[in-house]
Design a protein. Structure first.
Length: 307
């Protein structure tokens, strides 16, 4: 629901927003009385990216997504989505953006094909195009064999794929997906991840939030970490990981029990380190290499180690 009690903030000068970003926000804030759900968010989402929004429950992810999707009016700040202001140009934003909320919006007394036809009609798409559109979307999300099934008979994974198909009905440039893999079993998560990769190949920009950090690392070209409504860091995962002082570290345990960590940039430095230790006559009991991942990054950022 739109918070009608708050007047839309005045538009910011164009120079403050990134015209090349599909989403650009400056100073975006949302307050509920004394509670600040979103605190002066500055964010740019590059076109064509898969952008992961990371944060614990209550961090402000869904609040930001609702503002981007033109469903919530911010208390202050400015935002551009697909080149439009979602506060004053909501219809234009919705024409270019597909939104999949964390709570599934499916109508369980409809067949799968009826559900998509309903949304095609809601977007004003010509009726003579509905059949081909629905068939194409069901094939894309691998639900073509379920077109005559009732929505309430689908598994959770199938409902998630159907919800994604619904967000694609009007062929948007941008997809905003709030915890789309929540509650899915491992197989369904893999299938969903593969589907998102296919959508990126089709030229869609995808903004996605998830608690499954390993999966985000595998699919995201950019990430942002948010906690208590504040953005802690953003950028390409590798660039952020490099701030940890090297993405790899060799952990060497010597005979006698001494363990030493050595930063190594890649496999070449790793091999050179091993040769050097052997040439020095060190007795090595164990040699392993640890690679920083997104979970490590998230923990370090939220502990205040990386800014």
């Amino acid at each position: 629901m739109v918070d009608v009690q708050v007047s839309p903030p005045p538009p910011a000068p164009p120079s403050q927003l990134d015209p090349d970003a599909i989403i650009s926000a400056r100073g975006l804030t949302k307050k509920y009385g004394q509670l600040t759900a979103l605190d002066r968010l500055d964010l740019d989402v590059p076109r064509g990216s898969v952008f992961g929004f990371i944060g614990p429950n209550g961090a402000g992810k869904s609040t930001a997504f609702s503002i981007f999707a033109s469903l919530l009016i911010p208390t202050s700040g400015t935002v551009s989505v697909c080149g439009q202001n979602p506060i004053t140009e909501a219809k234009k934003v919705r024409a270019k953006m597909g939104y999949m909320p964390d709570v599934m919006g499916v109508y369980e007394r409809l067949r799968v094909d009826e559900y998509l036809e309903f949304h095609a009609a809601a977007y004003g798409l010509p009726r003579n195009e509905h059949a081909d559109l629905v068939s194409g979307l069901l094939e894309l999300v691998d639900l073509d064999v379920k077109r005559d099934a009732m929505v309430d008979g689908l598994s959770r994974g199938m409902k998630q794929r159907l919800s994604l198909a619904r967000s694609l009905v009007h062929d948007p440039d941008l997809l905003i997906l709030d915890e789309p893999a929540s509650g899915l079993d491992p197989r369904a998560r893999i299938e969903f991840r593969d589907l998102l990769s296919e959508l990126q190949d089709m030229g869609k920009t995808i903004l996605i939030s998830s608690h499954i950090l390993v999966e985000l690392q595998q699919m995201c070209s950019h990430i942002a970490v948010i906690e208590a409504g504040q953005l802690l860091t953003s950028g390409a995962p590798q660039d952020i990981l490099d701030r940890l002082g090297g993405t790899r570290r060799a952990v060497v345990t010597f005979v006698g029990g001494e363990t030493v960590e050595y930063p190594v940039a890649d496999e070449i430095e790793q091999a050179a380190l091993l040769r050097r230790l052997i040439d020095e006559g060190r007795d090595i009991a164990e040699f392993t290499v640890a690679v920083h991942d997104l979970e490590d990054l998230f923990l370090r950022i939220t502990e205040g180690i990386v800014q």
